[in-house]
Write a protein that binds this ligand. Structure first.
Ligand code: ADP
Length: 755
């Protein structure tokens, strides 16, 4: 019999269907005669007619008969039986095979089949009515007489594989076939419905988003109109809404800010809390919440910047560059906390500014001098009237970035009282373990300070609490020599002062001698703050003269100085004019640097009392007692009748308390000079602590002390032997002008100076 290959369709007995004319033409089959018997065999996969072989067909097919063509010439076929096929032969002209009828197992009762079909039809009908095509599909569905017809008609639409379709054809049991058909159809309906549902759900959620967007736009529009009508209200709320959105705040901060914003909305402008809420939002939205990218530091450029802005300070600059290198290697924006210690005007704060410039970062200075209340560091809780953020966060706000270089000025001037310990709060700020979530009480949310490069300054480390000091790396600013001061004045201070006052270089010339005279006659300091002030005064005076037109160009030499300065040259403690037993020159370390001081002693008739006067009376008491005992043991004969005398010791200038003991050797020498009646030459000055056994022990602040001695015109200085290493820190200019004599014992000193 002739075989007609079909693909992807189910043909089952008792159905009639039409093939288009060209279907056969495409298959190069001869025209079909009415009444001719044919076989339909399913292809396992779609193939061109020329490529088909016997193996491409499934072994079970259906037989059919050609009926009369319809009006359009389409060929009508009625399927008769299922058949087993054998001897398939494929030639160029035709495909032929032998067929034998396959037995059908009638294992379903007609009533049951009918019932199940009715149900299937109803499901199909209700499924179809959801679709536009349902109207014409309805006619078909009502027309179908059994499930077989349905599956044949829908075979193209069902989600069945070729094997599944073939399984329907191959199954002999009628009830099994109906089951397969039902399964295929119900599955098809279900999948379509789920797909539909999902599609709808998606559509709905899109719609919701669109709706929301549209509503928001409307609200924005209405709000804008309202704002236009009441510009006075424009509205802080909206301003902050935007600011909060743009600020990049973390989750916690945002929640808090939103909370405050909501309160602001509810309370309105007339509420007494409005101002407080406004300030809070203004504060938190002015802070930077974004991490700044780390700038790649060019160490050479950094060195240049430091050198350009500050003269000298070699050691300090070296240490700063090291710190920058370590930060670059660690890829961190902060490193160890540097503490610059030195007298006022030695450049501590201003070099902090240069560090910021070298690192291309913002600079912010926070002064801690006189801070006693912990809240000044950590902020006040907002429940207080007039609550404010602490100085650190205030500084962060001013900087406007998250990684400024923050100079904490005067950390040695923090004090402690009943309102808490600011130093311990500062510890939290500086501790890299904790400062990534520093919580200011006012803000009430943590803020990350870990990218801030902190630099602290102090005049002395004495008053800094130990735990705080331990966190920091101390870098000493020893103070400037006269020559250094001269260079600083000439290169930096004078040009800056002139520029500030609009004086051109050709209009004012200050001779080198005049600068030296200013340094020596009008200032007495380790730093250059006073010098800066004097130069400013000089320039101001010159400015008046120039504007008045009294002179076109001015040259200031030492002789003219008194005319320009608004004060008389200050009186320096310079070396004693005459020597006198009981008076010895000592060296002291003050907050302003080094100074020389004269320790004076006298004996009067009395009853063995010792009286000490001067600012550091108490501190000196111990040193004086040791000195008295030492002198008694060294000069037993000379001190025999001390009980019948009173001793008066006077220490005129106040050193820092910690430096008190370093006057020990001077006190001892003064007393020894007093009892022996031998005067000490004014060219000598000395410093050193003494032990009861007569040893001379090391002291602090040697560079400043030697500088002061040299400034005052001393030529010979006695220092403790153990301080010899510190001489490395003393400028050569100072060492050249002094004879420095290291001593180990009090007796050595006395032998040397008592003549
Ligand atoms: P400190 O913080 O140590 O009290 P400052 O940094 O305020 O001192 O310095 C006071 C002034 O002296 C500033 O104008 C500063 O520029 C200037 N100054 C200090 N040291 C130097 C220096 N080595 N070179 C140039 N200017 C300096």
């Amino acid at each position: 019999m002739i075989v007609i290959p079909v693909y992807n369709m189910i043909l089952l007995p008792e159905i009639t269907f039409y093939f288009k004319k060209d279907f056969f033409e495409n298959l190069k089959l001869n025209a079909m005669e009415t009444g001719e018997d044919v076989l339909f065999l399913m292809l396992k996969e779609e193939k061109e007619r020329t490529e088909m072989t016997a193996e491409d067909f499934y072994p079970v097919g259906v037989s059919g008969v050609v009926e009369k063509p319809d009006e359009e010439g389409n060929i009508c076929i009625r399927v008769k039986e299922r058949v087993n096929v054998s001897d398939i032969e494929v030639t160029e002209d035709a495909i032929t095979a032998t067929a034998s009828i396959r037995v059908e197992v009638e294992d379903i009762a007609p009533e049951e089949e009918k019932e199940r079909f009715t149900k299937l039809k109803e499901t199909l009908l209700s499924f179809a009515q959801n679709y536009q095509w349902g109207i014409w599909a309805r006619g078909y569905i009502l027309h179908w007489k059994n499930a077989i017809e349905v599956v044949c008609a829908l075979s193209n639409y069902l989600n069945l594989t070729d094997e599944e379709k073939y399984a329907i054809l191959e199954t002999d049991s009628k009830s099994e076939r109906i089951e397969l058909v039902e399964k295929a159809i119900y599955e098809f309906i279900e999948i379509s419905e789920i797909g539909e549902e999902a599609e709808n759900a998606q559509k709905e959620s899109h719609e919701k988003v669109y709706r929301e967007e549209a509503l928001k736009k409307q609200i924005d529009f209405l709000q804008k109109k309202l704002d236009e009508m009441h510009p006075e209200n424009v509205s802080d709320v909206r301003k902050f809404e935007n600011k909060i959105k743009e600020s990049g705040m973390n989750e916690t901060a945002r929640t808090e800010a939103d909370k405050i914003l909501n309160r602001m909305k509810q309370e309105g402008k007339d509420s007494h809390e409005y101002g407080m809420l406004y300030d809070y939002l203004d504060f938190v939205t002015s802070l930077s919440w974004k991490k700044e990218p780390a700038f790649e530091v060019d160490l050479r450029e950094a060195e240049e910047i430091l050198d350009e802005e500050h003269y000298g300070l070699k050691k300090v600059k070296k240490r700063i560059i090291e710190q920058m290198a370590v930060m670059a290697l660690n890829k961190k924006q902060a490193g160890s906390i540097l503490l610059f210690v030195g007298a006022p005007g030695t450049g501590k704060t201003s070099i902090g500014q240069s560090i910021a410039k070298a690192l291309h970062r913002e600079y912010i200075r926070v002064s801690l001098g006189g801070v006693r209340d912990e809240a000044e560091i950590r902020g006040h809780r907002r429940t207080y009237v007039g609550a404010m953020p602490g100085r650190i966060m205030e500084g962060m706000k001013r900087s406007g970035v998250s990684n400024p270089v923050m100079v904490l000025d005067e950390v040695d001037k923090l004090s402690k009282d009943y309102s808490g310990d600011p130093a311990s709060a500062l510890l939290e700020v500086l501790d890299p373990e904790q400062n990534n979530s520093f919580t200011d009480h006012y803000m009430n949310v943590p803020y990350d300070l870990s990218d801030v490069l902190f630099v602290c300054t102090a005049n002395t480390t004495d008053t800094i609490p130990e735990p705080l000091l331990n966190r920091m790396e101390v870098i000493q600013f020893p103070g400037y020599t006269e020559q250094e001061k001269f260079e600083i004045a000439k290169r930096h201070l004078l040009p800056k002062a002139m520029k500030n006052m609009g004086i051109k270089a050709r209009n004012l010339k200050v001779t080198d001698e005049a600068i030296h005279a200013l340094i020596n006659g009008y200032t007495m300091e380790s730093g250059v703050r006073g010098l800066k002030k004097q130069l400013d005064t000089l320039c101001r005076f010159a400015a008046v003269k120039l504007v008045k037109g009294e002179q076109k160009s001015i040259t200031v030499n030492p002789k003219k100085l008194p005319e320009y300065m608004d004060k008389k040259p200050i009186h320096h403690e310079s070396i004693l004019e005459e020597k006198k037993p009981g008076v010895v020159t000592g060296l002291a370390w003050t907050a302003a640097g080094g100074e020389i001081l004269f320790i004076e002693t006298v004996q009067t008739k009395g009853s063995g009392n010792i009286q000490i006067t001067g600012q550091l009376g108490d501190v000196m008491k111990e040193s004086a007692q040791i000195a008295v005992s030492l002198v008694k043991s060294l000069y037993p004969k000379e001190t025999e009748n001390w009980e019948k005398h009173d001793l008066h010791i006077h220490v005129p200038e106040g050193a820092v308390p910690k430096d008190g003991p370093s006057a020990g050797i001077t006190l001892t020498t003064a007393l020894a000079s007093l009892v022996t009646g031998k005067a000490v030459s004014p060219e000598y000055a000395m410093t050193g602590e003494v032990s009861l056994r007569g040893g001379v022990m090391p002291i602090g602040g040697l560079p400043e002390k030697l500088m002061a001695a040299q400034r005052a015109g001393i030529t010979k200085v006695l220092i403790p032997y153990e301080n010899m290493d510190d001489l490395d820190d003393v400028a050569d200019e100072v060492k050249e002008k002094l004879e420095i004599i290291p001593v180990k014992k009090v007796t050595e000193v006395l032998k040397l100076v008592l003549k």
